[in-house]
Design a binder for this molecule. Structure first.
Ligand code: SF4
Length: 277
């Protein structure tokens, strides 16, 4: 199975930030659906949720931990599903108990998730999403919570302000809002080193109205950045020990304090620390 909408960036680490306002298909490319589990990151950390991980991404971050949802060589594991089928799976996993649904990826903004969101919200489910802020969709305005996670220099990707601004503007797409809903929007930065932290602070200062979270990068680099990594590379990737994760967290707390950056929250990747999916 191939994913026609996937964008393979050039090796220089540049990428498309063009808005995509019209979705050509109502099928959603899915990597995995699982839960309930806890949200391990960001504004909803600790919240029970079902994860819907879409397949395909317009980025190739050096430390990506979901290569199986990004690299085309995994496309045999991906499924094209309509919104009803995805929601049936969600209802089955949640025993029809309304809860948070986390839309993740890959980059979920590559898909048309409007029908799924409307279907779920009609049954009382709430939708949260994380995306890097490179592709804007009008249906962002329907989400209950939206985390933009611009990728720092260590990712090997190049950040474009215009792309993020288009995404923020999309959250205000009035034509699509059928009630008082607006997403709660926040920023989240993965930080691998001091350069990343300085960069994140600079970006966050341009959006003082948005709650901001930073978290240590818990994955080792050199996966996917040139789109030549293989499934074996991912299998053999060395993972951080809990000790490493703690050291990174302590370093990040100290580094944030050294910068006098007081209006940011430092969070771990809880699910990584606890080694739960
Ligand atoms: S870490 Fe980068 S490559 Fe991986 S899913 Fe997120 S944006 Fe895509």
């Amino acid at each position: 199975m191939s994913i026609p909408s996937i964008v393979t960036p050039p090796l220089s680490g540049t990428f498309s930030t063009e808005s995509v306002s019209n979705d050509s298909t109502d099928l959603i490319s899915i990597s995995e659906i699982f839960g309930p589990t806890i949200q391990g990151e960001g504004a909803l950390i600790g919240t029970q949720t079902i994860f819907v991980r879409t397949a395909g991404c317009d980025y190739r971050c050096s430390w990506c931990d979901t290569g199986y949802a990004v690299l085309p060589e995994f496309d045999n594991d991906w499924k094209n599903m309509d919104a009803e089928s995805v929601f049936n799976k969600i209802e089955s996993l949640s025993n029809k108990q309304a809860m948070w649904i986390t839309l993740s990826g890959g980059n979920p903004a590559m898909q048309n998730l409007e029908p799924l969101i409307k279907l779920g919200q009609a049954k009382g489910y709430k939708f949260s999403m994380e995306t890097q802020g490179s592709i804007a969709k009008p249906w962002f305005a329907l989400l209950d919570q939206l985390t933009f996670s611009p990728k720092p220099p260590s990712s090997g990707m190049r950040f474009k302000h215009k792309g993020l601004q288009r995404c923020l503007d999309a959250c205000e797409t009035l034509e699509i809002i059928n009630s008082q809903t607006h997403p709660d929007v926040s920023l989240k930065f993965v930080v691998a080193d001091q350069d990343d932290l300085l960069w994140a602070k600079e970006i966050a200062e341009q959006y003082p109205q948005l709650p901001c979270y930073v978290q240590p990068c818990n994955n080792n680099a050199d996966i996917n950045v040139d789109n030549r990594s293989t499934a074996d590379d991912l299998e053999n990737k060395e993972e951080n020990s809990p000790y490493d994760q703690k050291q990174k967290m302590l370093w990040l707390i100290d580094a944030v304090q050294s910068l006098n950056w007081t209006d940011v929250r430092v969070l771990p990747q809880l699910h990584v620390w606890l080694n739960v999916e």
